[in-house]
Design a binder for this molecule. Structure first.
Ligand SMILES: Nc1ncnc2c1ncn2[C@@H]1O[C@H](COP(=O)(O)OP(=O)(O)OP(=O)(O)O)[C@@H](O)[C@H]1O
Ligand SMILES: [Mg+2]
Length: 389
């Protein structure tokens, strides 16, 4: 029997739990030629939502180009992917598509050829190298896409989805934000969805009124998958394999995985293998303690990764992380914590900030209260079970 829990890959539309309104919002944005910023913590399922929306829109004949900006080390490569995916979507005779693209994207002067051997389109630019590194080069490609979209029938939406969008800003520097805004605020045919996980960086980008992306489009925050949906899914999948997962077992899985979808699926998957392999556990063996043991095994298996991450931290950062575990991430600059870590409030604040920047922690705000949460719940457990023992 195939393990029903899947993690680490982009899920298809049929495998997604919940997320109906998020999916509808992405689809609407592209159909109506609007702009959407999708912001959410690591491994909450952003890419899966984008992929599912892309699949659905494509099945309705839309042209959807989707990229992960971190997969492109330069803006030039990103632009060449935009042009080659556009060529693929236009599907027609190679020469004709090449000419069309040269026309739409005239500012970046692409030379587009179909390579039958690998079934891909290759793109070369007839523009000087320095210009290809300029943010305007990327913006010209967006203008080209709008031109392309304008030639399509009115019922054929065109969308550009850029995942890990913060990378575009890192590559293009400060000015690119202004240039992107100036261009796309005039676009009404292409729908744009920009997503990313550097939660604070993106949030500041769109909510600070002095920044160019302020009020440019809608913002959607991706939260956890509702517990009720995840519980029903876990119960059903274990029961299909002949294992009754009690409410206590399911709650323990969600608690330990801190409701992060990736970690829930990973923990469930390991439990599933253990149940199958150690058939010994039997009906009575599937207990919350069994889930605890499985988690400890997973964390131990990943020891080299966690150890490596821990080893890169300064002593102050390590002590601060232990306080995050001990205090549930709250009140970390209280007198007691300062005494435990043996440093002043500003030192701890710096340690926390640098761990937020390097995506070890993230900040959860509710009113004035800030809670520091581990991005990876399994690293949290490693610190708890190994470093703090
Ligand atoms: N709606 C969902 N239902 C069930 N599982 C989900 C859902 N969304 C995400 N997952 C689980 O989380 C994993 C990670 O999802 P995905 O890669 O889409 O997240 P992400 O937010 O893009 O992550 P990253 O920040 O690393 O880019 C999936 O492989 C799957 O196991
Ligand atoms: Mg992703």
């Amino acid at each position: 029997m195939k393990n029903p829990f899947s993690y680490g890959n982009e899920l298809g539309a049929g495998q997604l739990l919940d997320r109906k309104s998020e999916l509808a919002q992405v689809e609407r944005t592209i159909r109506d030629g609007r702009k959407l910023f999708m912001i959410g913590p690591r491994r909450f399922g952003k890419t899966s939502i984008l992929k599912a929306a892309e699949e659905r829109l494509r099945s309705e004949n839309a042209i959807v180009l989707r990229f992960d900006a971190t997969a492109s080390p330069t803006l030039e490569l990103l632009v060449s992917r935009i042009v080659s995916q556009a060529a693929k979507a236009l599907s027609g005779e190679a020469k004709w598509v090449g000419e069309q693209l040269a026309n739409f994207f005239s500012m970046v002067r692409p030379d587009v050829k179909f390579k039958p051997a690998d079934g891909e389109w290759s793109v070369q630019f007839g523009i000087e190298r320095e210009k290809r590194e300029n943010p305007m080069f990327f913006v010209d490609a967006l203008n080209g896409l709008e031109k392309l979209a304008a030639t399509q029938p009115a019922d054929r939406p065109v969308g550009l989805i850029i995942d890990e969008f913060q990378r575009v800003i890192e590559l293009g520097g400060e000015t690119i934000e202004f240039q992107i805004r100036a261009a796309i605020q005039q676009h009404s045919r292409v729908g744009y969805v920009f997503a990313g996980s550097k939660t604070r960086m993106l949030r500041e980008m769109v909510s600070d009124h002095s920044r160019p992306f302020y009020n440019l489009g809608d913002i959607t925050n991706i939260g956890p998958v509702p517990r009720a949906d995840f519980s029903a899914f876990l119960t059903e999948k274990f029961s299909d394999a002949g294992y009754a997962a009690s409410n206590a077992v399911v709650s323990r899985m969600l608690d330990l995985a801190q409701d992060v979808p990736y970690n829930v699926q990973a923990l469930a998957s390991h439990c599933w293998y253990r149940l199958i392999d150690e058939a010994a556990s039997g009906e009575d063996g599937f207990t919350p303690e069994f889930v605890d043991e499985t988690l400890a095994l997973v964390v131990r298996q990943q020891d080299p990764t966690h150890e490596g991450m821990w080893g890169q931290l300064t002593t102050i950062q390590q002590r601060t992380l232990m306080s995050v575990v001990a205090r549930d991430g709250k009140g970390l600059t209280s007198a007691r914590v300062l005494a435990e870590v043996g440093r002043g409030a500003s030192t701890i604040q710096d340690a926390l900030q640098s761990m937020v920047n390097s995506e070890i922690l993230r900040e959860e705000r509710s009113g004035r209260q800030v809670q520091y949460v581990f991005e990876n719940p399994f690293f949290y457990h490693w610190v708890r079970l190994t470093a703090m023992q």
